[in-house]
Design a protein around this ligand. Sequence first.
Ligand code: AMP
Ligand code: MG
Length: 425
Amino acid sequence: MSGPHLLSLEDALERILDGVLPLRAESVPLAEALARVLSEDVVARLTLPPWDNSAMDGYAVRAQDVAQAKPESLVTLRVIGEVAAGHEPAVRIEPGSAVRVLTGAIIPPGADTVVAVEDTDAAQGVAELPATVAIRVSAPGGQHIRRAGSDIREGDALLPAGKRIGPASIALLAAAGHARVNVHRRPRVAVVATGDELTPIGEPLGPAAIPDSNSESIAAQVSAAGAKPVRLGIAGDDLEAVRERLLEGILAADVLIVTGGVSVGAHDVVKEVFSDIGSLDLWRVAIQPGKPLAYGSAPRPDGGHCLLFGLPGNPVSSFVTFELFVRPVLRRLRGEVADMGRLTVQATLVEPVTTSAARRAFVRVRLEPDVAAPGRYLAHLAGGQGSYVLSALAAADGLAIIPEGAADAPAGTHVEVIRLDAEIS
Ligand code: AMP
Ligand code: MG
């Protein structure tokens, strides 16, 4: 079963990603832009700050007027007005005068520095404007002044194409005048489960039935990868039923994921259906779990094509193959630059692991910081490593990679671990 016909993970991934391009761009309001990926460089529409403004509540003055101010010899200035944020200055500072300013207020003409209210005799938080203010300290020119354009200038590059929009990007885009942005369309992903034993979750189970957990986990993985799942339910182990469901699925989807029925069993019809409705481009990869992975594509009536993934039915296998193969494709379609987007960490196995030497293994592990080696982790087996053992998958922080050729990895082996809970962008 594990002869030379098995593709390596790299070869399979390269073949799968070859020709996968980001989806077309669309304009979305900023409120819908979170976690989307910019399809073009964005340039600032506004200069930030738009004008010199005060960083403090205080008094705008001329630095030379307060040069002699000391705690034991205060300098008293006439207060000739006030500027609050959102109001244009109505007065100009003349020698010997001061204007009360609030944080964010435009610096009035004639002033070149700001003295914080704490460094004056003025009461804080009082609405009434004093007639005079006594200054306790000198102030260098430009103190507490946020200069026009010191953050961003109109026309400056703001964010590059390929940038995933997080909350900080939203802040920058909003401040720089962008109510909408152009981002790549979110992939639509049809999800089909196959198997006569499957029952939709929540429905009563017959004597030989199990809940269809794959539809739920795959849809969740699709959402977590920033794409939109479209659940198409369950098809029985019957070529015609699977074919019909897949033909329905490809109509509106960029990617179709079918779980189960891709192995070598008598009822494993998925590969045949791929060939029938499009092409089966790849089958079986040298990984454990997940060997029977199938990949292909099918033309859509609208002239496009739908990428087809046949994931093994065992729930851990479908989960792991989604991580390794589908997630990178969805990221590429979304416009992300890094393919896998998962953080990996270095760890030491606490227990020995036995795997198939012919295949690269992805072992479900729990991680614990290694106090003896800062930055490294100790990897504990998260539970049984059978491809049906969901309790271990749910307990795992990551997948420890055991390379091909290393059938037995003793305790103490150094491994790389793909963190399932942490992303890079
Ligand atoms: P298959 O790949 O169809 O041979 O299925 C392998 C194993 O995974 C069998 O034990 C199936 O019952 C189980 N299985 C297949 N599909 C699902 C599913 N959607 N949800 C839960 N278990 C499944
Ligand atoms: Mg099956």
